[in-house]
Design a protein around this ligand. Structure first.
Ligand code: AMP
Ligand code: GLY
Length: 422
């Protein structure tokens, strides 16, 4: 098979690494990819939002399946674009339709989806410019922290948690005033949930589903979970506190009704559902849905998956997922993300990276990197994920931490405390 992966991060390098191991994979293309993905296939300089260019590549290279990494092309309807095009409609796209992707693309949509089937999540209200006054009055009677969420995609920046009611009211008005552009024309105000987060990844064809390894990511830039939110600074899998009893609750109250809900609401969905969860008093609640895999969670989830991923994706596309059995390694996986100094605010790119040749006991998944002649240089905020496996997460972490020192580039930064709260 000829496979095309869309995206350019650590998640996509991990997909490329895993898919290229499949005997079913003949040619692998990554658009646009990074310096790591080219170890497993051919990078093609195409923006994942340029659907016409993707169509041309798909036809020219006789692509048999497309795997979509990031949410933006899914929310923009790349699945539907393929389905509605005579030349492309036979080619499976791994990812939901635009309607299905609304689970991530609209917080109000996903809250209504959950409410309809009593899936446990924080209580909420939604507001627009027309209901600004009601929104301000609503905030006035809340006990902080106040959770404000832009309805639409805001590059991971659309959630604000405020400890002061007056500040929350100002931010709320600013959001409705266009702080996040069209994404915050509608704002969801949620009850604050106090607990510990973890993530569950479900592969579904809209009828059957399979649960992939569970993971926990570390989103804040600073040690001890302090400072600004990032795309993710590290991850671990499995998550020690997620035991069989908690997972049973997640399955019965969240996963099963979610998959059933997709069919009930006629949301065409052949892809990954990433369910962000929080445990409060040993009960699971949904924080958010994403319509794709997580990054850097993929960098710990796929290394523990013993199945041939491409075989699973073929079964998914053919409606045979139910017949497959998921095999998960007993090993623990951890990843530590090396980032550019300054990230998630302004940072420099183009720093030459060294030390790759010193590492043989970790998997190095490139995120923001590019090939520059003989050198690999940094090309983004999150630069390189260092994944290690071990008998437990502490053993795995010790290897990633050791190797995080060996890779070098100017102004390198990373968290040395991944897993500190477990
Ligand atoms: P989201 O983009 O919805 O995942 O939100 C980003 C982060 O904000 C989450 O990972 C949580 O840490 C936090 N968060 C979101 N919603 C809530 C909530 N209702 N209560 C507490 N924390 C939340
Ligand atoms: N690591 C969180 C995400 O991928 O959204």
């Amino acid at each position: 098979m000829n496979i095309l992966i869309l995206g350019s991060g650590g998640r996509e390098h991990t997909f490329a690494w895993k898919i290229s191991q499949s005997p079913l994979c003949q040619n692998l293309y990554i658009a646009p990819g990074n310096a790591g993905t080219q170890q497993h296939g051919t990078n093609v300089p195409i923006n994942p939002m340029d659907f016409e260019a993707i169509k041309k590549l798909t036809i020219e290279q006789s692509i048999d399946m497309m795997v979509v990494g990031p949410e933006a092309p899914l929310v923009a309807g790349i699945y539907d674009f393929f389905k509605n095009d005579a030349a492309l409609k036979q080619i499976p796209v791994i990812g939901p339709s635009a309607k299905g992707a609304q689970l991530e693309g609209s917080k109000a949509f996903s809250k209504a989806f959950m409410a309809k089937r009593n899936i446990p999540t924080a209580g909420y209200q939604e507001f627009t410019q027309e209901t600004l006054q009601e929104g301000l009055a609503y905030i006035d009677q809340l006990t902080p922290p106040v959770v404000l969420k832009a309805d639409g995609l805001a590059a991971g920046k659309g959630v604000l948690i405020l400890n002061d009611v007056e500040e929350a009211k100002m931010e709320f008005s600013a959001m409705l005033d266009g702080k996040f552009g069209a994404a915050s024309e509608k704002v969801v105000i949620e009850d604050f949930l106090d607990g510990i987060e973890f993530s569950v990844f479900v592969l579904t064809d809209g009828v059957d589903y399979k649960v992939l390894p569970i993971a926990k990511d570390y989103k804040r830039i600073g040690e001890g979970d302090t400072g600004l939110n990032t795309g993710g600074m590290g991850a671990v899998s499995p998550v020690p506190f997620v035991d069989a009893a908690l997972m049973q609750k997640v399955t019965n109250r969240i996963i099963i009704p979610t998959v059933k809900g997709l069919a009930e609401d006629e949301l065409e969905y052949k892809g990954f559902v990433f369910i962000g969860l929080i445990r409060v008093d040993n009960e699971p609640y949904v924080i958010e849905y994403n319509c794709r895999m997580g990054d850097p969670e993929t960098e710990v989830v796929l290394p523990r998956l013993e199945n041939d991923l491409l075989e699973l994706l073929v079964a998914l596309a053919e409606g045979n997922l139910g017949a497959k059995e998921i095999k998960i390694s007993e090993k623990a996986a951890t990843t530590i993300m090396l980032v550019s100094g300054g990230y998630p605010e302004a940072y420099e790119k183009g720093k030459t990276m060294t030390g790759f040749d010193k590492i043989s006991d970790s998997l190095l998944f490139h995120a923001g990197t590019k090939q520059d002649g003989d050198n690999v240089v940094s090309n983004g905020g999150r630069v390189l994920a260092i994944t290690s496996l071990g008998d437990d997460f502490k053993t795995a972490l010790a290897i990633s931490n050791k190797n995080a020192e060996l890779i070098d580039f100017d102004k390198k930064n990373y968290r040395k405390d991944i897993g500190f709260d477990l």
